[in-house]
Design a protein around this ligand. Structure first.
Ligand code: GDP
Length: 527
């Protein structure tokens, strides 16, 4: 197979949802269709359950699971699918945001009973930042959910994107019978099956075929024909380009746990979802078809074995072919590295690979050289953009509890921040260290890991803080003046960027009004 064919056959996407909508279940069914697993129950949820909040062993276990299942590669009908799982728990939202920088498209799972939920909305905003194409899968149609038309309206209004149904349910709840594919214009009825794929499917080529009445009954046949007429007249024809531009979200209905609607989703997905696209670096746009290798690290995971401080860096290949035997340039450190035990993630296994192509995610064993956002190239000094940090929501000051272990604490904190567990801001004044996170869970993870992996202990003192704002100004002098006048509230982030620590919303507003030339940003990356 040629290099171009390898790229064109790849679809790298993320599955996202509010917790409990059915992300894990859908992932599992997709893997079943791809033949990557044989029976249901093989995919473990990587969600951190609420009861795990105070149970460190449980958190550790969950972290282990999330390594195993965070990237799953499999082939389906000659398409190489790279599926990236994301933690649904909101405390790990940063992790999810970063994973979304490594995908070319997204499948969003929505619970038909609950409709669009809080996390769904937040994740959609992140997709919008990069115009990532989104497909919606409305799940749990075997339950009495909201009316499908209402659900479509809700997705449109709450997620602020146009929708286009590409499948349509025949009833819901107890009388749910399956879905009609508006894309292929055929009907495949499945027997509800929780454990395996049922090949005993019934295919109806034309819904006007009188045979349909015999299969689903006269009432349902009439209703389906009516619905299909209505949809085709209300919604304009599905335009793939609008989907690829992130303007329209195709919608599928189904029940993941029963295997309804999953094949319709997958069969359409492999045809319309984008293959790897060009990406921006600080110097230029890089096409995946360029022969020279480039890629970036979007996730780092500490190894589970505390005796070896190995980490796995997840790298998204953006261009060229990755070869195990070659040395690549680590742009930030301007050094060459070889990754002779790079691994691919095939379904649930990791296996050492000799080569990999744009769109693929590979795991690189690292002893502390790589951090999130790092670019590897075949020599070029370009760095990929688009891995912003978001302003955290909870802030706590770090207090060292053991002066003898200061070095260990510094080292541990540095490494944990590089893994993206949380963000650290160091005040200009007095070098006070403040850790910011999206959720409370991270503080427990940090304390636990500092103790077990670095032998350091620390306390956290909660701070009243509204936001950390990255600041910029076209006029260097004005920025300096601002920093001088607000020096008590100025800190640096991990890259040495200036951050204004705003204690309250009202105060931030006042400062913004008083310093109109200063730009305040809620993410670390801005033009
Ligand atoms: P996640 O948190 O989004 O990964 O959700 P899970 O896949 O773990 O599913 C959450 C719960 O919903 C589990 O109990 C699933 O068995 C259940 N579930 C998933 N899909 C369906 C479905 O189609 N119908 C029904 N009734 N339950 C489902």
């Amino acid at each position: 197979m040629s290099f171009e064919q390898e790229i064109n056959k790849r679809r790298t996407f993320g599955i996202i949802s509010h917790p409990d909508a059915g992300k894990t279940t859908l992932t599992e069914k997709l893997l079943l269709f791809g033949g990557a697993i044989k029976t249901a129950g093989a995919v473990k949820s990587n969600k951190i359950k609420d009861h795990a909040k105070s149970d460190f062993m449980e958190i550790e276990k969950q972290r282990g699971i999330s390594v195993a299942t965070s990237v799953m590669g499999f082939e389906y009908k000659d398409v190489k699918i790279n599926l990236l799982d994301t933690p649904g728990h909101k405390d790990f939202a940063e992790d999810t945001y970063r994973t979304l920088t490594a995908v070319d498209s997204v499948v969003m799972v929505i619970d038909c009973v609950k409709g669009v939920e809080e996390q769904t909305q937040k994740l959609m905003e992140v997709c919008r930042m990069r115009n990532t194409p989104v497909i919606c899968f409305i799940n749990k149609l075997d339950r009495e959910g909201q009316d499908p038309y209402d659900l479509l309206d809700e997705v449109e209004s709450k997620l602020n994107i146009k929708v286009r149904p590409l499948s349509w349910p025949i009833n819901m709840g107890k009388s749910f019978k399956g879905v009609y594919s508006l894309y292929d214009k055929d009907l495949i009825l499945f027997q509800a099956s929780r454990r395996e794929l049922n090949n005993d499917t019934l295919k109806v080529e034309d819904i006007n075929d009188p045979e349909l009445e015999n299969i689903i009954g006269e009432n349902d046949a009439d209703q389906l024909r009516e619905d299909v007429d209505l949809i085709e007249s209300v919604y304009s024809d599905f335009n793939v380009q609008d989907y690829l531009d992130g303007k329209v979200a195709p919608v599928f209905f189904g029940s993941a746990v029963n295997n309804f609607g999953v094949r319709e989703l997958l069969d359409t997905f492999i045809r319309i979802a984008p293959n790897p696209k060009p990406r921006e670096t600080d110097l230029r746009e890089v096409s995946p078809f360029e022969s020279k290798f480039t890629g970036f690290v979007f996730k780092i995971h500490a190894n589970m074995d505390p005796k070896h401080r190995n980490r796995i860096a997840f790298l998204r290949i953006c261009s060229g072919k990755f070869e195990r035997t070659k040395a690549y340039t680590h742009v930030r450190q301007d050094k060459k590295f070889k990754f002779s035990n790079a691994t691919a993630f095939m379904a649930q296994q990791k296996e050492t690979i000799d080569e990999a192509f744009p769109g693929d995610i590979i795991g690189l064993y690292d002893t502390g050289n790589l951090k999130i956002g790092d670019t590897l190239t075949d020599g070029e000094k370009a760095t990929y953009k688009g891995i912003p940090s978001f302003s955290p929501e909870i802030f706590k000051e770090v207090i060292n509890k053991d002066a003898m272990k200061t070095k260990q604490l510094e080292k541990g904190l540095k490494q944990l921040m590089e893994e993206g567990v949380a963000q650290m801001f160091v005040y200009e004044m007095g070098s006070r260290k403040v850790i910011g996170t999206v959720g409370a869970l991270q503080f427990e993870v940090i304390q636990h890991r500092l103790k077990h992996e670095y032998g350091a202990t620390c306390d956290f003192v909660p701070l009243n803080m509204y936001k950390a704002c990255w600041i910029s100004c076209d006029d260097r002098k004005k920025l300096d003046e601002f920093v001088k006048s607000k020096y008590r509230h100025i800190a640096q982030d991990k890259d040495g960027k200036l951050v204004f620590m705003a204690e309250t919303r009202a105060w931030l507003q006042m400062v913004q009004d008083n310093f109109p030339d200063i730009n305040f940003h809620f993410t670390s990356e801005f033009e």
